[in-house]
Design a protein around this ligand. Structure first.
Ligand code: PMP
Length: 413
């Protein structure tokens, strides 16, 4: 079925108009932005919301007695409420604002990790993690004497489930797993993994950076313990992200950073900490970022994540079919269950050269190791080229990409 033949799919494409940045030409060609795995573009409503906040309401939150501060605080907390509903958390107390996925994972590694993980314990991750779900755990292992264990994958880029079941044991203190791989597009079976982890009393952190804009996430249905994501990968501002954590876990965890807002009483004889979620939000937060993220959540909710997932599935199939016709093109990551990402190599051409030549033709992709060097090591490659989709991409983008790739390859090979 072509896109034009399907009503839901057609309806999605009209939202492209909401993104002013996509209306430009780059190097004399219409911009085909296919680097959504790195960051997404912002709809007008997010841009306007951030600008309106600075033009009308800018003040510090939770502190001032004046009107602007009350407005800023209301908008900030309203955004927390929207995000709580968006992922179906039980309470606003479970929504901690961070700088992004990276900081959210570091928060758990520092606070939960330092207080609950020690010598002889094991932390379980997988081969396909982004560096930000590897390095914080390596650092924690160095500090505590714990050991990092790694779930292997097959040549399609799918985790080996039986190996996972073998690796989890009485020493395992945490499973930290990516929901959607940014290097391969694999959607991991996190629900089944969480069930098994919980049978062993192992809490689970999910890195949702690449999932949150492509599939609906219900933290209560998943029964996930921690879920981390970034605003900039879901059409919101940079520098803002979320750590969802189950309330009872967050309550028991020590603060991550000390400073203003995270305290209740400070005295030289001792300090008591603020209640959730403020215990984990030391200092003046990224107020504009939070409010902008709230606008992005409203925007996404209006389109519907299920509609987005169906459309992107179709778009990825189209992209994959066309790419496979190119001689010598090898797809890195062919999981049965995948979304939004086409990582590839072409015989006789370097990924970086492909990226540069595509840019000259208005097509933005990424070339490199995608902050997932162990994935590159597994496939015995240094880098791959990656086209990554969002719901505002359309068949014209794909046609432009394939044509530009073909003409680049005639120069390179
Ligand atoms: N995990 C995954 C799977 C990612 O794709 C990314 C961003 N590329 C991150 C974590 C880190 O996100 P951020 O840089 O926004 O903190």
């Amino acid at each position: 079925m072509t896109l034009a033949a399907n009503k839901t799919l057609v309806n999605i494409t009209r939202f492209r108009q909401d993104f002013p940045i996509l209306q430009q030409e780059v190097n004399g060609k219409p911009l085909a932005y296919l680097d959504n795995g790195a960051t997404t573009q912002k709809p007008q409503i997010v841009i306007d919301t951030v600008r309106d906040y600075y033009e009308r309401d800018n003040a510090n939150v939770h502190r001032g007695v004046h009107t602007l501060s009350a407005r800023a605080t209301d908008a900030y907390e309203a955004a927390r409420h929207k995000i709580k509903d968006f992922i179906n958390a039980n309470s606003e107390k479970e929504i901690i604002f961070t700088g992004g996925t990276t900081e959210a994972i570091n928060l758990v590694a520092s606070s939960y990790g330092q207080s609950r993980i020690g010598q002889g314990d094991e932390i379980l991750i997988s081969t396909m993690e982004h560096h930000s779900n590897i390095v914080p755990w390596q650092m924690l292992c160095q500090r505590t004497g714990a050991t990092l264990k790694v779930i292997p994958m097959n040549k399609h880029g799918e985790l080996l489930f039986d190996e996972f079941k073998q690796l989890i044991n009485a020493r395992t203190k945490l499973l930290a797993i990516v929901h959607v791989s940014n290097a391969l597009g694999t959607i991991n079976p996190i629900e089944a993994m969480i069930t098994i982890a919980h049978q062993h009393d192992v809490p689970v952190l999910v890195d949702g950076a690449q999932a949150i804009a492509h599939t609906s996430v219900d933290v209560q249905a998943l029964d996930v313990d921690f879920y981390a994501f970034s605003g900039h990968k879901m059409f919101g501002p940079t520098g803002i992200g979320v750590l969802y954590g189950k309330q009872e876990l967050l309550e028991a965890m020590p603060p991550y950073q000390g400073g203003g807002d995270m305290i209740s009483v400070v005295s030289f004889s001792g300090t008591t900490y603020n209640e959730l979620p403020y215990k984990f939000e030391a200092g003046t937060p990224n107020i504009a970022g939070v409010i902008g993220l709230g606008a992005a959540v409203d925007y996404l909710t209006n389109i519907g994540l299920d509609n987005i997932a169906a459309y992107e599935h179709h778009l990825l199939d189209t992209l994959t079919d066309k790419a496979q016709d190119i001689e010598g093109l090898r797809i890195i990551g062919q999981a049965e269950n995948k979304t939004s990402i086409l990582s590839f190599l072409v015989d006789g051409a370097h990924a970086a050269d492909i990226g540069e030549l595509l840019d000259q033709q208005g097509v933005a992709i990424r070339a490199g190791h995608h902050c997932a060097m162990p994935v590159m090591e597994f496939f015995h490659i240094n880098a791959s080229a990656r086209a990554s989709l969002a719901f505002y991409n359309n068949e014209e983008d794909i046609t432009q990409f394939i044509a530009a790739l073909n003409s680049s390859l005639t120069l390179l090979r």
